[in-house]
Structures are given as structure tokens and as C-alpha cells.
Design a binder for this molecule. Structure first.
Ligand code: FES
Length: 132
């Protein structure tokens, strides 16, 4: 069975081949829907204020830091979220500018081999890819 390592949490889980990354993370007690809020707002994002895997809220952003070849290709929902104005939330688009193809929506990722995942990658609006 493929393994998924959550780098920040230092947790490794085994998942069935083709498993949904967000669902498996939740089973392991790792809420991925964090958005950009902190404190109570973050708790709301994790519990209520997310699309529960429909691929429309953009709060389950993760970086696939190793094993990107072991997951499915980006879905249409991810392309809409990261590259178009159809989904108006700018935060996922800013994150995509910074991280590119490494950035995925966990709810759209199917795992077929070993991967490493960084949840909630920080967005640096003043880094070299933005207004430095
Ligand atoms: S849970 Fe909303 S985009 Fe993944």
C-alpha cells in the first residue's frame, strides 16, 4: 500500500491505492482545510467553512513535495481554482503563482504511490514572485 508522509505533522500513514488524500488525512486526524485564517477562523474553516471535498473552496491546498508522479494529474476543478476567475477567491491563485504545479487541492488528489505532503503552505505576498 502507498504511504503518505505529512511533513509538518511528522505523520506517516498507509492508504489504499487510489485513495483520496483529503479523506485519508481526515481519517488520520489531520484537518487540511485551513485557508489563510488563524485561531477561531481556522477552526471554522476546518469544520464548517469548506466545501467538504467538492473542489470549490480552495482551503485544502497542499504541496506534494515528493512523489508528484505518484498522484493523478490536476483535475479541471484545480485548474479552475488556480488559473481562472471562475472561482473568484484570489488566495489559491496567489499560492499557485508561488508554488506552481507542486500545489494541489487535497480533495482532488488520488494517491497511487508513496508521497510526501506539506499541508497549509505559507503564502509570501512580498517574496520574489510577488512585489519584492
Ligand atoms: S475541500 Fe474545498 S477545495 Fe478541497
Amino acid at each position: 500500500m502507498p504511504t503518505v508522509k505529512f511533513v509538518k505533522e511528522n505523520v506517516v500513514i498507509e492508504v489504499p491505492e487510489g485513495a483520496n488524500l483529503r479523506r485519508e488525512a481526515l481519517r488520520a486526524g489531520i484537518p487540511l482545510n485551513r485557508g489563510f485564517l488563524n485561531g477561531f477562523g481556522r477552526r471554522l474553516n476546518q469544520t464548517i467553512l469548506n466545501c467538504h471535498g467538492m473542489g470549490t473552496c480552495g482551503t485544502c491546498r497542499v504541496l506534494i513535495t515528493k512523489g508528484a508522479e505518484n498522484v493523478n494529474q490536476p483535475t479541471l476543478k484545480e485548474k479552475l481554482q488556480f488559473k481562472t476567475v471562475v472561482m473568484p477567491d484570489p488566495i489559491p491563485k496567489f499560492a499557485y503563482v508561488q508554488y506552481g504545479e507542486q500545489l494541489r487541492l487535497a480533495c482532488q488528489v488520488k494517491v497511487f504511490g508513496d508521497i510526501e505532503v506539506e499541508a497549509d503552505p505559507p503564502i509570501d505576498l512580498f517574496g520574489e514572485k510577488f512585489y519584492a
